[in-house]
Design a protein around this ligand. Structure first.
Ligand code: OMP
Length: 273
């Protein structure tokens, strides 16, 4: 998917919501456990109910890998279902990969070509040759961790490397890589006060922002400095949406949560116009 396609979907839906499909069999409604593939049944119901309010879905691969081969099959079915039924929706494999070039090129093939995701999250730690194999794929997007939502972000990412913080070095250096127009970045919603500085370095890039909902980040604060003329944000909530209820009404309850966030997003977009 091109960035223009994503922007057009955002404008159409007046939403920049990404729904995180982090499925835990201990948290989904018990009656679904009788299904042949409970993870896929859960995802399908959540996607069908929330898609009017969301422009992206982000399965975190950990939640599928945790169930071995069965879990991976559920992931395959989920991305296939999204691509076949909602091709205008942006898909993110949250896998946080990155390795020597030869290995990264296999990760890129797996997520972009075989599974058919539009994007994948990657860690910048191994540098240019670990990320460029992902960037080589046309109309695919590589989402680089910049400043993460967790407390551990302060262990390395905000430490000074010479005159500036490591996350700023990551942002600046990555702009020099081949096909860097295919880069997006992760900045946690819990780090809203950093957005003004971040936008000075990457004024137009899309930023994936996890951390509203269960982690307590604030949407308005993120938007204050994060929004661009092309919106430039994808704000993710996983647990806050998908576990809104664990009864038979789980999908409807998820839709209500997603709609509430979408309405808040619409109001913010109306306000900057
Ligand atoms: O790359 C991510 O998506 C990510 C980066 C980050 O800094 N913080 C973060 O929470 N995430 C992911 O975003 C999702 C957040 O889930 P909730 O806290 O349930 O909304 C999880 O899949 C996390 O792994």
């Amino acid at each position: 998917m091109t960035t223009e396609n994503l922007i057009s979907e955002i404008r159409k839906k007046q939403s920049f919501l990404c729904v995180g499909l982090d499925v835990d069999l201990d948290k989904i409604p018990e009656f679904l456990l009788k299904e042949e593939d409970p993870i896929f049944s859960f995802n399908k119901a959540i996607i069908d109910a929330t898609h009017p309010y969301a422009v992206a879905y982000k399965p975190n691969t950990a939640f599928y890998e945790a169930y071995g081969l069965k879990g991976w099959k559920s992931l395959e079915k989920t991305i296939k279902y999204l691509n076949e039924n909602y091709p205008q929706i942006f898909t993110i494999a949250d896998a946080k990969r990155g390795d020597i070039g030869n290995t990264s090129s296999r990760y890129a093939k797996a997520f972009f070509k075989d599974l058919g995701f539009d994007s994948v999250t990657v860690a910048p730690y191994m540098g240019k040759d670990s990320i460029e194999p992902f960037l080589a794929f046309e109309n695919k997007h590589t989402i680089l961790l910049a400043l993460t939502s967790n407390g551990g972000a302060f262990d390395f990412q905000t430490k000074l490397t010479g005159e500036e913080e490591l996350y700023k070095l990551v942002l600046k250096t990555s702009k020099e890589w081949s096909n860097s127009e295919n880069l997006m970045y992760v900045v946690g919603a819990t780090k809203a006060e950093y957005f003004a500085e971040i936008r000075k370095i990457i004024p137009n890039s899309f930023i994936l922002v996890p951390g509203i909902g269960a982690q307590g980040g604030n949407l308005k604060e993120v938007c204050k400095y994060g929004l661009t003329d092309n919106v430039g944000l994808l704000v993710n909530s996983s647990r806050g949406i998908i576990y809104a209820s664990n009864n038979t009404d789980f999908a409807e309850a998820a839709a209500v949560e997603a709609k509430n966030i979408q309405l808040e997003m619409k109001a913010i977009l109306d306000g900057v116009r």
